[in-house]
Write a protein that binds this ligand. Structure first.
Ligand code: SF4
Length: 287
């Protein structure tokens, strides 16, 4: 890695040995929790759970972030690539169905180091906000089996309002296309071994944008990519200046997006119902 960090579309050009860029992360890997996560999609969590590692910092920083303390890097502990490799092994030994790297992109090259020290025998899942540079994805792609990207917004006005980034969809849709081209769907005994699951969280007052995202996915899906619709939005994060975000989504908003999804076969999508909209589904952080 170059001394100056430009590995994501923010292109901060900072030396992360002593400065932070938009992601808020220095070069040292920082994590807030690792455990067997029971609430990912059934093909990801299975019975044993997904061996999930939550990294701190985030290059996208949505105002409504459901993991706000992590994305703003206000907690966590530093681990070396060697220690991260040990965590992969520990989760694998505990019976994890996969290693699930949550918001990993700003630590891409440190994670590659860890995966070179220990490559788990179970699938490695890259779980991202989608705001990714293709060149960086190409570097980590050989180590990844499953992509779990968000596709959060299509309308540039919406993405600008909630992340400051007008180009979110342009960047994220290209990243998702790269991922879908790279990983063909393989499911064995109900568990994903390879492939892509595109996730979308419905936001209050944004169901038009959600329908556009669903339609884009239907037109562009390749290699058996699947769609995961999330209705769990809970008012969290720094939303005091965003009054429309201060409520859960309504049944009407949810049903509208669900109707668009009915064009997909059941085997191509996962649907989370409205009862998941609770702070109880936000994990408690360990570090
Ligand atoms: S990874 Fe962080 S420092 Fe590097 S370009 Fe992206 S936001 Fe900036």
């Amino acid at each position: 890695m170059d001394n100056l960090c430009n590995i994501c579309p923010n292109n901060c050009n900072v030396d992360r040995n002593n400065k932070i860029g938009r992601c808020g992360a220095y070069n040292d890997i920082k994590i807030a929790k690792y455990y067997l996560h029971p609430f990912e999609e059934p093909v990801v969590s299975g019975k044993n759970g997904s061996g999930t590692i939550f990294f701190t910092g985030c290059a996208l920083r949505c105002v409504f972030c459901q993991n706000y303390e992590l994305s703003r890097n206000t907690r966590g502990k530093i681990v070396t690539p060697n220690e991260l490799a040990d965590i992969f092994k520990e989760l694998e030994d505990k019976g994890a169905n996969n290693i699930n790297l949550v918001t990993p992109s700003h630590y891409t090259y440190q994670i590659i180091k860890a995966l070179e020290i220990y490559k788990p025998k179970i699938p490695v899942v890259y779980n991202t906000h989608g705001y990714e540079k293709i060149e960086t994805l190409k570097d980590i792609d050989p180590y990844i089996d499953v992509y779990l990207p968000d596709l959060k917004f299509k309308n540039p006005t919406v993405s600008k309002r909630y992340t400051g980034k007008e180009n979110y969809f342009e960047i994220a849709s290209n990243a998702v296309k790269f991922m879908m081209d790279s990983k063909k769907k393989v499911i064995e005994n109900g568990l994903i071994k390879s492939g892509v699951i595109v996730r979308h969280l419905i936001l209050p007052l944004s169901s038009n944008d959600s329908v556009d995202i669903v339609n884009w996915f239907i037109e562009n899906k390749t290699n058996g990519a699947m769609f995961s619709l999330m209705g769990q939005y809970t008012p969290l994060g720094d939303i005091k200046n965003f009054k429309e975000l201060n409520r859960k989504i309504t049944k009407t908003e949810y049903q509208r997006v669900l109707n668009a999804l009915y064009q997909l076969d059941e085997s191509e999508c996962f649907i989370q119902d409205l009862s998941s909209a609770s702070e109880n589904y936000v994990p408690s952080w360990d570090f």
